[in-house]
Ligand binder design. Structure first.
Ligand code: CP3
Length: 364
């Protein structure tokens, strides 16, 4: 792979952005920090914007609302990453699957019926009009961020095949996704076909986002943690590996972050793939003894999102310092993107968020 001189100069300029620097193994100017669900109901300005839409899907697909929501946390906090305002369910919606969001319950997804046919699922195609809306919003957001927040890296995303499968087969959020796992056991071959079909759509969906201007893509496997170990290769690792290798063929320079939530230290297996960083939750051990892993992959994580909902008093601040220092002292600073264990919750204290950012900014 030969770079022309211009390409090399452009690459160096990109490393001015701390997240891109870490993902490309360069020392960042400062330790990067951003949050999953940094746009959301804990922000009064988000709640105000949200009032304008009955349907959350309509809000995601409205370019002005989507761009505004994505910019809100960047305007309020000194962050290094911006994430496209959308949802992992939009891909299912674009495939023509019924998706609704019910206040307090989360997504309600049209299930593959009892007399489902994998062949029906094979016919699903990404709807051009929905993709066009996503693309237009990303182009606009990318253009605005270049002017208003030139150090911010724009992150696009998709759900992983397994997590989308969970919602498709369960129909809604669940603590153990009983119906999805049971379907997997009862219809194993078909389940693998469905995961493969979803993988191809995810590659295409992420490619559209990359072409529209996202600089990094993140794959959310929120329900990886419920998969029994003996099935994890087939339903988590293989599908993600295939997506990563296809994306890297299409877009060799795009850094990829994978978030396999809840799989504890199995996250280290992702260092075998062309993944630039693994986002980890609180079940992962991020100690210095993992140095061989850090050599291959950066770590993104993993301050407890629930800690940030605690009352903002001295005790909470001491805990935030302790949690942040554990991360900052163990992970080499050129291999770390500070983030939370999971998305910021509606009960998050804005003062705690500000305090955590200030700790990272003042760390030497
Ligand atoms: O700021 C951001 O991170 C950008 C946008 C974003 C949303 N959802 C917006 C959203 C992203 C990256 C997601 C990803 C997502 N969505 C995941 C993967 C990451 C994770 O948190 O595990 C999952 C599993 C979903 C599915 C989903 N969407 C659920 C379970 C819920 C309901 C829970 C809730 O908080 O209501 C949503 C709704 C949702 N997605 C909201 C937002 C801002 C809240 C909806 C609202 O404002 O009415």
């Amino acid at each position: 792979k030969k770079h022309t001189e211009n390409q090399i100069v452009i690459k160096k300029a990109e490393y001015y952005k701390p997240i891109l620097a870490v993902l490309n193994r360069h020392k960042p100017r400062r330790i990067p920090i951003w949050f999953m669900r940094q746009a959301g109901r804990y922000l009064p300005e988000y709640r105000e914007l949200r009032k304008g839409f009955k349907s959350f899907i309509d809000m995601c697909l409205n370019k002005d609302a989507s761009v505004t929501a994505a910019l809100q946390p960047l305007e309020r906090f000194d962050l290094d990453g911006g994430i496209v305002f959308s949802d992992i369910m939009i891909l299912l919606y674009a495939l023509g699957i019924k998706v609704d969001f019910i206040e307090g319950e989360g997504p309600i997804v049209g299930q593959l019926g009892k007399d489902y046919q994998v062949n029906d699922f094979k016919k699903y195609k990404l709807n051009d009009e929905v993709i066009e809306k996503v693309v237009i919003a990303i182009k606009l957001l990318s253009a605005v961020i270049k002017f208003t927040h030139p150090n911010v890296t724009l992150i696009g995303f998709a759900g992983a095949p397994w997590t989308l499968f969970c919602y498709m087969l369960e129909g809604k959020k669940s603590s153990n996704f009983f119906n999805a796992l049971r379907f997997l056991y009862e219809n194993y071959e078909d389940s693998i076909s469905i995961l493969n079909i979803l993988s191809d759509h995810i590659v295409n969906y992420l490619s559209y986002q990359i072409e529209a201007g996202v600089e990094v893509v993140k794959i959310f496997d929120t329900w990886a943690g419920i998969v029994p170990f003996r099935l994890s290769r087939a339903v988590i690792f293989n599908p993600i590996k295939n997506i990563v290798s296809k994306l890297k063929t299409l877009h060799p320079n795009i850094p990829i972050i994978v978030f396999p939530k809840g799989i504890s230290n199995q996250y280290t297996k992702f260092s075998m793939y062309e993944v630039s960083a693994v986002a980890v939750d609180g079940t992962a051990d991020v100690e210095i003894k993992n140095i061989a892993f850090y050599d291959r992959c950066a770590i993104q994580g993993n301050i407890d999102n629930i800690l940030l909902t605690a009352k903002h008093d001295n005790e909470t601040m001491i805990k935030i310092i302790a949690h942040a220092y554990h991360l900052l002292k163990n992970v080499p600073t050129d291999r770390l993107i500070v983030n939370t264990s999971h998305g910021l919750l509606p009960q998050t204290s804005i003062a705690n968020v500000e305090f955590l950012i200030s700790i990272v900014r003042s760390y030497r």
